[in-house]
Design a protein around this ligand. Structure first.
Ligand code: AQP
Length: 332
């Protein structure tokens, strides 16, 4: 049976990239798959998180899923830390994954930056925990943004090595699902960097909590070049900021980039940016509003997370038992 797993880190500043690259895609998949959606709070603490904010941000990720259209009755929504099997399998995977594989992970290099010696061991081992998140449910498909492609390839490598080492077929080989018109939304301040929660500039991203005024202000200040929009996609080559804004418009309007250019060819950014603002307020604004409404009743969100944890644990328990049996780890 095909099963989906995906997660978002509750590290604050949930943004339009998280929505267009991942969360929005979660919704439609509910029709064809059994879906498990997680707030990956153990990933979040690989860099410092204020404990109270972490608790709140964990609820916020769940509220964002629901606001975007994930149905907590059909899909499982829960927090990673409430199903200990993730951490148990991650340790076993730490013993399967090779240092050479981890050394190739570009996200670690980007996030650790120049001060690599001072990065946490957890940040380095992050992809191994991610592999465990997916494999503890024997998930077959993972909807993610493009930046997670390398981690999913590593998940396949770890699963395959486990199966080979122990001569079993315990784990399936997972497939990434990277789709939609905006699989990599870029920063509004720098078209060469992805839109990110951890960017120090709030002007680099549109967040779920932004109202019309802040969306308008951020798009007004968004970096662009001086040329008008071209009439064909080739004209966006070497214009990363223009390509990004057209891509965001296309994703929000469910159009192709070319269809957007058909409408706006020759337009200056002084015309295009207000049109994009209206569209973002119309399509993304109500999701943020619904998220805020859900956050006003934390008890309700907590109840959904508790029920999700029970359902997720019921799937994970036999898998971790099977793995321990295969590895020869005595069970309680
Ligand atoms: N800019 C983006 N465009 C498209 N998809 C994106 N995703 C993240 N940024 C973009 C996708 O959102 C999902 C959740 O991401 P995450 O919480 O695991 O964090 P991340 O990928 O490390 O990126 P963030 O949100 O910007 O956080 P920081 O700043 O901490 O790195 C994933 O499916 C991801 O692909």
């Amino acid at each position: 049976m095909s099963r989906i797993f995906s997660g978002v880190q509750p590290s604050g500043n949930l943004h339009l990239g998280n929505y267009l690259g991942a969360i929005r895609n979660f919704v439609g998949l509910q029709d064809d798959y059994e879906c498990i959606y997680c707030a990956v709070n153990m990933h979040a603490i690989t860099v410092w998180q204020d404990p109270e904010e972490l608790r709140n941000n964990t609820r916020e990720v769940a509220a964002a899923y629901i606001a975007a259209g994930v149905d907590p009755k059909r899909s499982i929504i829960f927090a990673q830390s409430t199903v200990p099997a993730h951490a148990e399998l991650a340790w076993i995977f730490n013993c399967v994954a090779r240092l050479g594989w981890m050394n190739r992970m570009t996200q670690f290099k980007e996030k650790a930056g120049k001060n690599r010696e001072n990065a946490s061991l957890g940040l380095y081992a992050y992809p191994s925990l991610m592999a465990a998140d997916i494999m503890v449910y024997k998930a077959t498909h993972v909807p993610v943004g493009e930046d997670q492609k390398q981690h999913l390839e590593l998940t396949r490598d770890i699963a395959q090595k486990f199966n080979n080492d122990y001569g079993t077929e315990t784990f399936p080989l997972v497939e990434p699902l990277i789709f939609g018109a905006a699989t990599r939304v870029m920063s509004l301040r720098d078209g060469s960097k992805k839109m990110s929660k951890s960017d120090p500039s709030d002007y680099s991203r549109i967040t779920f909590t932004d109202d019309r005024d802040s969306i308008a202000k951020k798009l007004r200040k968004a970096r662009t070049d001086a040329d008008p929009l071209p009439d064909a996609e080739e004209g966006l080559k070497d214009r990363p900021e223009a390509a990004n804004l057209v891509g965001i418009y296309a994703a929000l309007a469910n159009l192709t980039r070319q269809e957007v250019l058909n409408e706006f060819a020759g337009a200056a950014f002084s015309t295009f940016k207000p049109a994009l603002t209206d569209l973002a307020v119309e399509k993304f604004g109500p999701i943020g509003e619904e998220m805020k409404r859900l956050m006003a009743d934390p008890g309700h969100v907590d109840a959904i997370l508790r029920e999700g944890a029970e359902r997720a644990s019921a799937i994970a328990a036999p898998v971790i038992d099977e793995v321990k049996e295969v590895v020869g780890l005595i069970r309680p």
